[in-house]
Design a protein around this ligand. Structure first.
Ligand code: B12
Ligand code: SF4
Length: 562
């Protein structure tokens, strides 16, 4: 099977420079000699967000799917630049060692500019390299990426099947077409966009992530999403995709329908990780692991039967607080859960409605207390500074945290992420402030920085409120005692470093009266917003999300002269 697309892409007449000619000949020879297609997959390193690292599950899933489909026909190199702190300069200096045909980069919003640089480096090295991008940043941004960067291929949404299909067509010289869900590309000066996402339901058919490529010892030494760690070696586990809730600040990468792996598949992966690599801590990073309570109870029941005391569990991301009932929490505790996180965000009904999270704070409060009584260290997530939120509303949320039996808490400032309704709301509230914040925030990293969208919009120094809350929360003798008795000693050091880093951003004192946002708005949303709300702001936002899920809107091919 000749790699015909390479021949198509030669266009020798157009490639005038000796360097380009050289690479065209190399590519031609590769095709003739049936040399395996060389795919380099990268997770970029952005120094400013190096705080937490985790084996990049997305790339590991892609690799196992590529291996399953192509075997030795592809030669895959996986580099987590983040875990080793390797910059784009390192990529420039070392690309020739890998000499790839395809370079794929997995990207979050905050990694976008680094990823763009990597694509440019690849093209400078060899213009025939196919550059591909995927990950959360690629969600609904294909057109921008293809217009603004040197990426040739963009994959929106889950890509195990779509990336392998595109690679297959590249290998066989077939037309890339426009029928691969979520796959957009540039070719001959035109953009071919496909807004569909591959949300196929059968997750059990996906091979396990390529765990053999992971140095578990290395990741165990790096700070992870759960700031503490009880076991010796850990692995992140993704057991379901999608979340039926529509919180306005959240992503929509895996769709709004909950799809899950069977309990058997999840247990097999835990077994594999434990017996093959000695993993003794599992970190579940689903969006909403407890959507199906029966499934949770089956999995955790079996875990406690097979690995009681041998494997520790933590849930730094995967649980919805008001859906945790007694049976679920008991099953989690019996299965070896030592730490879990509950995202409260705000306790004000108005804000809960505004962000469409509609969390029942009372139920979540009960869940915190019950999990605490089971000896689990409960971490609460709170977001402060939603558009239109008043200081008294934030203080209600803070009071909830202070009074609760939470062992740990994190107080984030709201960062409106593009392509979410909260972003539209922030923009309509004060678009100049949003633009200013985005410039200052560099890459959307500023949960703990002194800049916040809220501060820019309303002139209120939110960071100081956040830091004083951190201090008030942790300077509580009962909590200090709980932190020392419930959190594993060996990782307390990392947790303390994090705390100090966060608190280090303190800037002066909180003014009694915030200069721009008046307290009298606490009784309702601002007049304009109220009107927009009544006019169906939320529905409009929903519509804009639904747009991407309607079949007729999904499949679009746009030829656009560049
Ligand atoms: C675990 C996790 C982390 C971990 C590890 C992240 C990582 N390794 O990428 C840690 C703790 C480090 C982390 C940190 C942050 N995170 Co985080 N995190 C997650 C979480 C909960 C799960 C990620 C995961 O493993 N998903 C499972 C895999 C299978 O999915 P995936 O990576 O998206 O990969 C699939 C596709 O995207 C695609 N794909 C991915 N890469 C590629 C590459 C190519 C070439 C192709 C073709 C396809 C492709 O195919 C994959 C398989 O289907 C997600 C939420 C979520 N549900 O995804 C948030 C999420 C990714 N995080 C988010 C954010 C904002 C952050 C932070 C910036 C927060 C902060 N301010 O500190 C930091 C910074 C990250 C950094 N670079 O340092 C946002 C990203 C929003 C965005 N559009 O960028 C998410 C979506 C949550 C949210 N709030 O909405 N995070
Ligand atoms: S914040 Fe949690 S509950 Fe809300 S949509 Fe996202 S994953 Fe679902």
């Amino acid at each position: 099977m000749l790699r015909g697309s390479y021949f198509q892409s030669l266009n020798l007449a157009e490639r005038a420079t000796p360097r380009q000619l050289f690479w065209s000949v190399v590519t031609l020879l590769e095709g003739v000699l049936w040399i395996a297609l060389k795919i380099l997959l990268l997770k970029p390193y952005v120094p400013i967000v190096s705080l937490s690292v985790q084996p990049p599950l997305g790339l590991l899933y892609l690799i196992s799917s590529l291996r399953e489909r192509f075997g030795k026909e592809v030669e895959i190199t996986f580099l987590d630049l983040k875990s080793r702190g390797l910059s784009t300069q390192w990529v420039r200096d070392n690309l020739h060692y890998y000499d790839p045909d395809v370079v794929g980069v997995s990207v979050l919003n905050c990694e976008a500019s680094t990823a763009y640089e990597i694509a440019t480096i690849c093209k400078e090295y060899n213009p025939n390299i196919t550059t591909a991008i995927g990950g959360p940043y690629a969600h609904r941004t294909a057109e921008n990426i293809l217009t603004d960067s040197k990426f040739d291929w963009v994959f929106d949404g889950p890509s195990e099947r779509t990336f392998t299909e595109a690679i297959s067509r590249l290998k066989s010289g077939e037309e890339l077409g426009t029928d691969i869900a979520g796959f957009s590309y540039r070719s001959n000066g035109s953009l071919h966009l496909n807004f569909l996402n591959d949300l196929s339901a059968d997750l059990d058919t996906l091979p396990f992530p390529a765990w053999d490529l992971i140095d578990f010892e290395l990741y165990a030494r790096l700070p992870k999403i759960n700031s503490v760690m009880k076991g010796r070696l850990y692995a992140p586990l993704f057991t379901s995709r999608g979340c039926p809730f529509k919180c306005h600040y959240c992503h929509d990468i895996f769709g709004k329908k909950f799809i899950s792996r069977s309990a058997e598949s999840v247990l097999n992966e835990i077994e594999h990780l434990h017996t093959t690599y000695g993993v003794d801590e599992i970190e579940v990073v689903d969006d909403i692991f407890n959507w199906d309570r029966k499934r949770v109870q089956t999995i955790m029941g079996e875990v406690s039967r097979r690995w009681a005391g041998k494997i520790h569990f933590c849930f730094p991301n995967g649980l919805r607080g008001d859906m945790l009932d007694e049976a679920t929490i008991t099953a989690l505790a019996n299965g070896g859960t030592y730490s879990l996180a509950i995202a409260i965000e705000s306790t004000t009904p108005r804000i809960q409605k505004l962000i469409d999270k509609n969390l029942n704070a009372k139920k979540a409060y009960w869940a915190i207390n019950f999990a605490d009584s089971k000896g689990i260290a409960v971490l609460g997530f709170f977001m402060l500074g939603f558009p239109t939120e008043t200081v008294s509303e934030m203080k209600d949320t803070i009071d909830f945290a202070l009074k609760s039996r939470l062992t740990l808490a994190q107080f984030f400032t709201v960062i409106p992420q593009p392509h979410t309704p909260i972003y539209d709301l922030a923009k309509s509230e004060n678009h100049e402030a949003l633009a200013r914040f985005e410039r200052r925030d560099l890459a959307g990293l500023g949960y703990y920085s002194k800049f916040s969208w809220y501060g820019e919009a309303y002139g209120y120094p939110l960071n100081r409120l956040v830091v004083s809350t951190w201090i008030r929360f942790y300077l509580n003798p009962r909590r200090i005692w709980k932190v020392f008795t419930r959190t594993p000693k060996k990782s307390l050091f990392f947790a303390l470093i994090r705390l100090v880093q966060n608190i280090a951003s303190i800037q002066g004192r909180i003014p009694e009266n915030p200069p721009i946002l008046p307290e009298n708005r606490s009784h309702g949303i601002g007049k304009n917003l109220e009107k927009r709300h009544n006019d169906g702001f939320q529905n409009r936002s929903r519509d804009s999300m639904d747009f991407f899920h309607q079949p007729e809107a999904r499949l679009r091919k746009i030829h656009k002269a560049q």
